[in-house]
Design a protein around this ligand. Structure first.
Ligand code: UTP
Length: 291
C-alpha cells in the first residue's frame, strides 16, 4: 500500500536578517502575530490536516522554539490553581503532538535544512511548511495538496500568482500542461529571475508535499557560490525522473518573513479575532481619519 503523508518538517534555522536586531538572539519564528508565535500557525495548519509528527530544523539561538512546544508544568499548575481554565486549555492544546528537533549546524540554505530531515522522514512522503508564509487559517491549502498527492503520488508544491515586479524574490515555474484547474505539471523552475527572463508569474510559496526522492537530488546538487544548497535546485534535479506538480493557491497568504508582510498579517489576523476586531477596527478608523 502507498504511504500516507503523516510528517511535517518546519525549517526554522535561517538567520532572519530582515528582522534584525529582533532576531539577533531570538528566533524569527517566535515573533508573535497577535497572540501566537508565527510558527504555531504552521503547526496548527498541519495538525488540521491530520499531521501529528513534527520535525523542526533549528539552529543557534532557536531554543525558545523547543520550550514553546514543550509542556510547561509550573505555568499549567499555576493556571489550574487559579481556575484559569480557558488559558490552561489553550496552553495545553498542542501537548498531544509529537515534536522532534534536528539542528542544522550552519544555515546552508533551505535545501540543506531539508536534507537534515532525512533520518526522521526515512522512506515516507512528507509536508514542508515555511512558517514565515502564514496561510489564512480559513484556507485549506495543505489539505488540498495532500489530497492531490494521494491521487498522483508525486511531489506537489504550492504556487501563487505574484505581480511581475516581485518575481525576482521567488522561485518561478515554467508551466507545463494544466492537468486540471489550477494544477500544473511543471516544466522548469528558475530561482529569483529578472522579470524579463521569468517564464511566468507563478511563484513557489512555502508549502510542499515531497517524497524521499528529494534527498538524493539535494545530495547531488552543488552548493551555490554562497555555499548554500537551494531547494529549487533539488526540485529541478528530481524533475528529470518523476513528475513535479504545482497547485495554484488563490487564497490569502501573508509573507510574514518580511517587515511589511508581518505587519499586514498582524493587522488582518487581529481584525479576524473575535475579541479584538471591533475595538481594533475602531482604532484603525481613527488613525485613518486622523482623529
Ligand atoms: P528565508 O529565505 O526566509 O531566510 O528562509 P531567513 O534566514 O529565515 O530570513 P532572512 O532572509 O535572513 O530575513 C526560508 C525558510 O527556510 C529556513 C528559514 O528558517 C525559513 O523558515 N532556512 C533557511 C533554514 O532552515 N535553513 C537555512 O539555512 C536557510
Amino acid at each position: 500500500m502507498e504511504k500516507r503523508v503523516k510528517k511535517a518538517i518546519l525549517p526554522a534555522a535561517g538567520l532572519g536578517t530582515r528582522f534584525l536586531p529582533a532576531t539577533k538572539a531570538s528566533p524569527k519564528e517566535m515573533l508573535p502575530v497577535v497572540d501566537k508565535p508565527m510558527i504555531q500557525y504552521a503547526v496548527e495548519e498541519a495538525n488540521r490536516c491530520g499531521l501529528e509528527e513534527f520535525l523542526f530544523i533549528t539552529g543557534k539561538y532557536k531554543r525558545a522554539i523547543e520550550d514553546h512546544f514543550d509542556s510547561a508544568f509550573e505555568l499549567e499548575e499555576n493556571l489550574r490553581k487559579k481556575g484559569k481554565d480557558a488559558l490552561l486549555e489553550e496552553v495545553q492544546r498542542l501537548n498531544h503532538l509529537n515534536f522532534a528537533y534536528i539542528r542544522q549546524r550552519h544555515p546552508l540554505g533551505l535545501g540543506h535544512a531539508i536534507l537534515c530531515a532525512r533520518p526522521f522522514v526515512k522512506d515516507e512522503p512528507f509536508a514542508v511548511l515555511l512558517s514565515d508564509d502564514i496561510i489564512d487559517p480559513d484556507d485549506n491549502l495543505l489539505g488540498r495538496m495532500i489530497s492531490i498527492y494521494d491521487r498522483l503520488l508525486c511531489p506537489v508544491i504550492a504556487l501563487e500568482a505574484v505581480p511581475e515586479d516581485d518575481v525576482h524574490r521567488y522561485g518561478i515555474i515554467e508551466k507545463g500542461e494544466e492537468i486540471e484547474d489550477g494544477l500544473f505539471r511543471i516544466k522548469d523552475l528558475v530561482e529569483k529571475p529578472h522579470k524579463k527572463d521569468a517564464p511566468s508569474n507563478l511563484a513557489i510559496i512555502g508549502r510542499y508535499i515531497l517524497t524521499p526522492d528529494i534527498f538524493d537530488a539535494l545530495q547531488s546538487v552543488q552548493s551555490g557560490k554562497d555555499g548554500e544548497i537551494q531547494l529549487t535546485d533539488g526540485l529541478k534535479a528530481i524533475m528529470g525522473r518523476i513528475p513535479l506538480y504545482g497547485y495554484l493557491f488563490k487564497g490569502k497568504r501573508y509573507d510574514a518573513g518580511d517587515k511589511l508582510g508581518f505587519l499586514k498579517a498582524t493587522v488582518e489576523l487581529a481584525l479576524k479575532d473575535p475579541k479584538l476586531s471591533v475595538p481594533f477596527r475602531r482604532h484603525l478608523d481613527s488613525i485613518v481619519r486622523g482623529t
